[in-house]
Design a protein around this ligand. Structure first.
Ligand code: PLP
Length: 353
């Protein structure tokens, strides 16, 4: 604490990302990164962009990247916004669409950045409890609110929401913005992108960090009605004209062009997920049905906290949330088959089975 801090800074509690330890080499299954490298074509494009042109500012409008994403999703360019990771896009969206004095709604168990943004921007919010099985209590989202954000598939439980449920929330809240954070949608959920032309209050947010193996490049995007996109542009252009650098723009464009590589990595991760999920159930875990690149699991005989520590000692990093209702679960990223075999081996050792 410093006397020089603003009141805002004194009062915020920043988000804490999963650890990136440097003391030794771990099997990293704690931050939902892809275990596979980006497409070789992405690397080539970044290398090609790393030249003389770096002395020049990048395109502040990222037109070529927006065009590429728009084509990919059958949208128009003015329905796409891009930013420095979807975390930045989400922050801009909170600023652009939510108002002080009107409660923002999100589930009580969700991506922990949502309450952090709300606090940072001085917004009131209400965390709407999920039911015992971590399902959304749909009718509560009809209560008076100032906007909604949900993630689908759900973070950190990995379950996908049925499209009709997401649509019901959007439809019942037509006079405010409903944001759907689809960070994990490519791993098996049903996207609401196809509803964009039906609902002018829908903003869909996605990222290249997970399914496109590019967490280190920092590219996220939002899709929605052009008026929502214009709102986001107004925030961005009041903050930083160049949120995406030349290398990020070049790499991101190529990531959308190499569809074959994208599909191949998705397939590998999904196959591994199903295999590991089954193996963990056989070891006595409760594993929630995952449509993401991670599993959310708990075991009756050992506390998640102890299991987390024991795994860490064996060089396997997973994510443990010391939070009510989920403090007996671990979130485990899907790694390569080899990495997951090491995880299972370590778990068996710890459980002595
Ligand atoms: C990982 C994640 C993000 C952030 O992704 P970046 O694009 O890397 O900033 C956003 N929302 C959810 C739910 C996530 O899990």
């Amino acid at each position: 604490m410093s006397k020089y801090w603003s009141e805002t800074v004194k009062n915020i509690e920043p988000y804490v990302p999963g650890e990136q330890p440097k003391d030794k080499k771990y099997i990293k299954l704690n931050t939902n990164e892809s275990p596979y490298p980006p497409s070789p074509k992405v690397i080539e494009a970044i290398k090609a962009a790393a030249g003389d042109s770096l002395r020049l500012y990048p395109d502040p409008n990222c037109d070529e990247l927006k065009e590429t994403i728009a084509n990919y999703y059958s949208l128009r360019k003015d329905q796409v916004f891009v930013g420095n990771g979807s975390d930045e896009v989400l922050a801009f969206a909170f600023m652009a669409f939510f108002n002080k004095g009107r409660k923002v709604f999100f589930p009580d168990i969700t991506y922990s950045f949502y309450p952090v943004y709300a606090e940072l921007f001085g917004l009131d919010y209400e965390a709407i409890p999920l039911d015992e099985d971590f399902n959304i209590t749909l009718d509560r989202f009809n209560d008076e609110n100032g906007g909604i954000i949900i993630s689908n598939p759900k973070s950190p439980t990995a379950q996908a929401l049925p499209l009709k449920d997401v649509e019901a929330i959007i439809k019942n809240n037509m006079d405010k913005v409903v944001m759907v954070d689809e960070a994990y949608i490519d791993f098996g959920g049903e996207s609401v992108v196809k509803l964009i032309d039906t609902y002018p209050n829908l903003l869909v947010i996605q990222t290249l960090s997970k399914s496109r193996c590019l967490a280190g490049l920092r590219v996220g995007f939002a899709m929605g009605h052009k008026d929502l996109i214009e709102g986001l542009e107004r925030v961005k252009n009041s903050f930083n004209s160049y949120t995406l650098d030349r290398l990020a723009i070049a790499g991101a464009i190529e990531a959308f062009k190499d569809e074959a590589y994208f599909q191949e990595t998705l397939k590998k991760i999904i196959t591994t997920r199903e295999r590991v999920s089954k193996a963990m159930k056989e070891l006595g875990f409760r594993v929630l049905d995952s449509k993401a690149n991670f599993l959310f699991a708990s075991h009756g005989d050992i506390s998640a906290k102890v299991l987390f520590q024991e795994l860490r000692e064996r060089g396997v990093l997973v994510r443990y949330f010391n939070k009510p209702r989920i403090d007996n679960f671990l979130r485990i990223t899907i790694g390569t088959d080899e990495e997951m075999d090491s995880l299972i081996k370590a778990v068996k050792e710890i459980l002595k089975v």
